[in-house]
Each structure stands twice: as structure tokens, then as C-alpha cells.
Design a binder for this molecule. Sequence first.
Ligand SMILES: *Cc1c(COP(=O)(O)O)cnc(C)c1O
Length: 458
Amino acid sequence: MRYISTRGLTAPLAFSDAVITGLAPDGGLLVPESIPDVGGELEALSKLSFTGLAKAVLPRFIDDIPPSDLSKLVDAAYADFDCADVVELRQAGAIEVLELFHGPTLSFKDIALQFLGRLFAYILEARGERLNLLGATSGDTGSAAIAGVRGQPGINIFVMYPLGRVSRLQELQMTTVADANVHCLAVQGSFDDCQTLLKGVFGDLEFKRRLSLGAVNSVNWARVLAQVLYYGYASLRSPAPPSFCVPTGNFGNVFAGYVAKRMGFPIDKLIIATNENDILSVFFASGLYRRGEVRFTISPAMDIQVASNFERFLHYHLDGDAEALRAFMADFQARGEARLPPPGDEVFMATAVDAGGTLEAIRDVHRGTGYVADPHTAVGLAAARRLSVPSPVICMGAAHPAKFPEAVNEAVGEPVAVHPALESLRGLPERRTVLKAESAAVKAFIEANAGSGQRSAG
Ligand SMILES: *Cc1c(COP(=O)(O)O)cnc(C)c1O
């Protein structure tokens, strides 16, 4: 299986190269040349555990790592999750919640990043190379990426986050990690500024090559791939093809659902639930993709205007027409908006939920069922309750409520949102560097901290 760029100007890459490269050299995102079809094997796949399904599905997308090695990577990645089978389906009234936050940093991102960290280490060791990872986080990605690679030989990680725009607990989950290969960069700007910096630094191809820079943000194909697994897993445990309701910002999580559906897993609708940053829900209703000002909400991991994975969806929506995609993206880049015919509601439904609706969903669901949802999951629950969906609805449980205690405790009216792993972080020593939102500052920091023994990745 080879990987091609959505922009069509990069020669096809093997899986391992796609993982190390992150963003394609032509500025596009990497997608598999074709999507494997598992529609004829659902009966057998439905009997597998989460890791069993991973071992059965991943080799269809990965043909340059022996399945026995992949199998070990999968076992190592998911060994530390604190529930019976990596993810957990919980009933919250009429809606089921697929809890994806049983990994080390308590958000769904651990599912992808525990796997990606080990994949990086494996590929680098085989090649005798080193890698400097650079990522931008709106909160949860950073800690999950750090947890995935902390202490791994051959890897340094640099994580930018918007200063004062991530919750205190999210910041502690990053800045209290003592491993010397971890560097936290607090940027004086918004998350979109961090993403712009990221694109800028990666756009300097000479710098990227010289520093062996790799990406760990949601554009890495391996992250999408790991997330496909839980859609498959949950769809095969539902009495009828379910609809998944997905709180989203970067379109990463919901795009994985789209891939799972295209693979033939029994999935009905994909419901895109955004907060007030509604660029995606506006697009799916009208075909207009228009950038607005970022609004800061109680679901901060979704405070995103430019959805980095949206380009992958466009690739399929435009039937692989790279020229049309480049024109759309250039339009958007130049004017802050671009337009297509609205996609219709055959696969996607979309709605935006404001702070009032989010808090109300936390409160109502807690009163009615005892279930405590974090504000991101609650955006999904509110969307699912609002839309009339003909199939059973599974809402993605994005984070443990204790990561966002202020909003959750306010909504419920009592201090229900606690988790011992988070409490133990308070008072630990912290390390972080505050930087201006300028790519020169970021590059200088990376250059100074890339570590001894740095050698270029051939
Ligand atoms: C990252 C994150 C999201 C948004 O995920 P996308 O990949 O942008 O769809 C939502 N909720 C939580 C808790 C997150 O950490």
C-alpha cells in the first residue's frame, strides 16, 4: 500500500515514509492509494478484541512492517489502558458513549499517539535515524504525544501550545514530564497561530531536512489509522449499523469514521458536532467553508477554525481531483473562504452546540442517567439529542471529565470530576519556555535543543 498526497504533486510513499514525513512535501495530506474493503469479513472481525481487530486491520494499510512486529507494537501501545478492552461502551440513557479516554493522559488522543510513538521509535531504530518531533496542541494532543514518546531513544519532542488557552491540568500534564527529550513551548498566541507556525516551520524544507523534523499533530496518517479501529470495533458490537456522533474541531476523529465506513464497517451516519467554532457545521449545511475568528469555549480542544484533516475529506469528496482540491485550498488561503456544492446528508449530519447547550447536556444526562460527560463529549451528546437520527447513536467519549473540572462541576452542581492521575500532578516541578508567535523563535529553540548525537535522516 502506498500513500499519495491530496495535492497530487508528491511521488507515492511507503507507509513508513508517510509516517516519518507527516505532511506531504507539496503541502498536502497523505492518504492511502486505495481503501481496503473488509465488508466480507465482518462476522470474523466482530469476534476480535480491540487489539485483535488492530492486528487484523493494520496490515491491510501497512505492508512494510512485518505483521509480527506490528502485533508487538499494538500490544505495547495498549498495555496500560485502564479498562478491560482499551475502549468501553457505556449506556447514557438512549445514547451509548464509546469511552476512548482510558489511556495515560485521559483523552481519546492516547489511542492514536501511544501507537504512533512506538511506531516512530520502531521505524527510526530500523533505519538508525533520529527524529525531532514538532507538534501544536490545543490542549490534549500535546500531553498525549508527549506520553507516547517520553524517554524514547532517538526522539526529541517539541510541543507548542497557546499560552493561557489550555486548562491548567492540561498544561501540567505536559510541563511536569521530566524526561529530557520533552520540550514544552508556550506560544503567545492562539492555537491557530501555533498551527500557522507549525506549517511555517515545516514549509522550510532545508530546516526540516537538516533537523530531521517530523510531525505529531493530527495530520499524521498513522493517527487516523489508529482511530479507524475503534469505529470498526464499536460498529461490530451494535445490533444495527450505528451512527457515530463525533465532537470535532480538526475533523480528525470524524474523518477516521469516514474511512471506517468506506472500508465497509457497518456505519450509518457520521454526526459532526462542533462548538461555537462552527466552520465545519456551516460547510456541511451550505458548502461554504469560511474561516472566522476563533472563539474560546468550554470545549477548548475544539476551538479550531481551520480543520487540518478536512483536506482529506475533500480528496474523497472531489473524487481524487487534486487540481480541483488545490484550487479550493488556494481560494481558501487567499480569501479566507471557498465554496462547493453542499455535500448533502447521505453520510454526514452536522450541528453546532453553544456553551449553554453543552452545560445543559452535562446536567441533563447526569440527572437522567448518572453519567458524567466532559464538555467535549457533551457537545456530541447535545448534538445527538437535538438531531433526529434513525439508527442507534454512539457518541464518542472524547475525554475524562476530570480534565475539565470547572465546566463539569458547574453543570452538575457538585464536585464529581476528579481522577487520581490528575490530582497527583499538582505541585510537581514544571518545565516550559514562553515564546513569541514567530517561526524564527521556534526554529531557534529547536536548533538549540535538538540534542547532541543529532544526525541527519539521510
Ligand atoms: C482533540 C480533541 C477533540 C477534537 O478532535 P478532532 O481530531 O479535531 O476531531 C475533541 N475533544 C477532545 C477532548 C480532544 O482532545
